[in-house]
Design a binder for this molecule. Structure first.
Ligand SMILES: [Zn+2]
Ligand SMILES: [Zn+2]
Length: 312
């Protein structure tokens, strides 16, 4: 059975896992893009050598084997629950966004100027998708849990590739608190310095879309029947990243569809191979290999569950 067929089966298997008292057999689907280079499992420094750089992505037939992974999060895993610290950061982040949008509306009323702030907000929404793609690409491919500031996010995204469905079990503030903290530190100083409605509209919408991108991402992993109808309508209308588009990110060769706000940039970035070009530049300048060039390490292998009805 091919990896694609396995992956497409995931939602139905997942439903069974969530809703029925089942016996669970866990299998690992090893979806790999192999290279002819001698490859480490994570991004590591090595001396660039143009003669040795042979990248030939080959889609290997995934071996399927039964695994038991003690680290696999359970549905009610405490690591998926929100803490008061998470909720506090999300509250502060939302307050920061409301200050931006409030300032923008107040300035627009005072100056009787609406078109420019609305256009600025729309540009903020479009660029937030691009920003989400660049950030997602960066933390998927570089650094590790010890990386300053974003180590926790890198670790979380590696775990997400292995167990994509856990994002639908992750509680709201748990999922958003890291980006809420980042938005607070970046946007609050802007709020204090700039009081222009156009600037505030751009910053408020852009930062808001980035902060909530992890919620849009979680919805992209949802199943249509379980998502709110409005969310499904926004996904189908291209306002939010669609389930099918993001699903492609979790299939070999694991190097596309990084944008998770609206997904409007994905086709352009993938067709122009923008991320692959940046990976080559970083490799030749710094000697750092992205994870997407490597043999799939355990972080890149999606582990899925097949549930079967228990007898009686
Ligand atoms: Zn990813
Ligand atoms: Zn995902």
């Amino acid at each position: 059975m091919s990896s694609l067929v396995q992956h497409k089966c995931l939602p139905s298997f997942h439903h069974q896992v969530c809703t029925k008292n089942t016996i669970i057999h866990r299998i690992r689907v090893n979806c790999s893009a192999t290279t002819t280079t001698d490859t480490p499992t994570t991004a590591t420094k090595s001396k660039p050598n143009a003669n040795q750089l042979i990248i030939e992505p080959k889609l290997a037939r995934p071996p399927i084997k039964v695994v038991t992974d003690a680290n696999r999060p359970m549905d009610n895993d405490p690591s998926l629950e929100s803490t008061w610290s998470h909720r506090a950061w999300v509250t502060v982040g939302c307050t920061t966004l409301l200050i931006s949008l409030g300032e923008s509306i107040k300035g627009s009323v005072d100056m009787n100027m609406w078109v420019e702030p609305i256009v600025a907000g729309w540009i903020g929404y479009i660029l937030a998708d691009l920003g989400s793609g660049v950030y997602h690409w960066a933390i998927d491919n570089y650094g590790d849990e010890s990386t300053p500031l974003v180590g926790g996010q890198i670790e979380a995204f590696q775990g997400h590739h292995k167990w994509p469905w856990t994002i639908t079990k992750r509680q709201f503030a748990n999922n958003l608190h890291s980006l809420a903290r980042m938005v607070t530190f970046v946007v609050l100083p802007i709020n204090l310095v700039f009081h222009d409605p156009i600037v505030q509209s751009f910053v408020g919408v852009c930062a808001g879309c980035i902060m909530f991108s992890q919620q849009f991402h979680a919805w992209a992993h949802g199943t249509k029947s379980r998502l709110p109808p409005l969310v499904v309508a926004l996904q189908d209308g291209g306002v939010l990243v669609s389930r099918s588009q993001h699903g492609a990110h979790h299939r070999p060769p694991y190097n596309n569809n990084y944008c998770i706000v609206s997904g409007v940039w994905n086709e352009f970035l993938d067709k122009t191979k923008a991320f692959e070009v940046m990976e080559m530049i970083l490799y030749f300048k710094l000697g750092v290999r992205p994870r997407s060039w490597s043999e799939p390490s355990s972080e890149w292998i999606e582990e899925i569950e097949i549930a079967s009805q228990s007898q009686g």
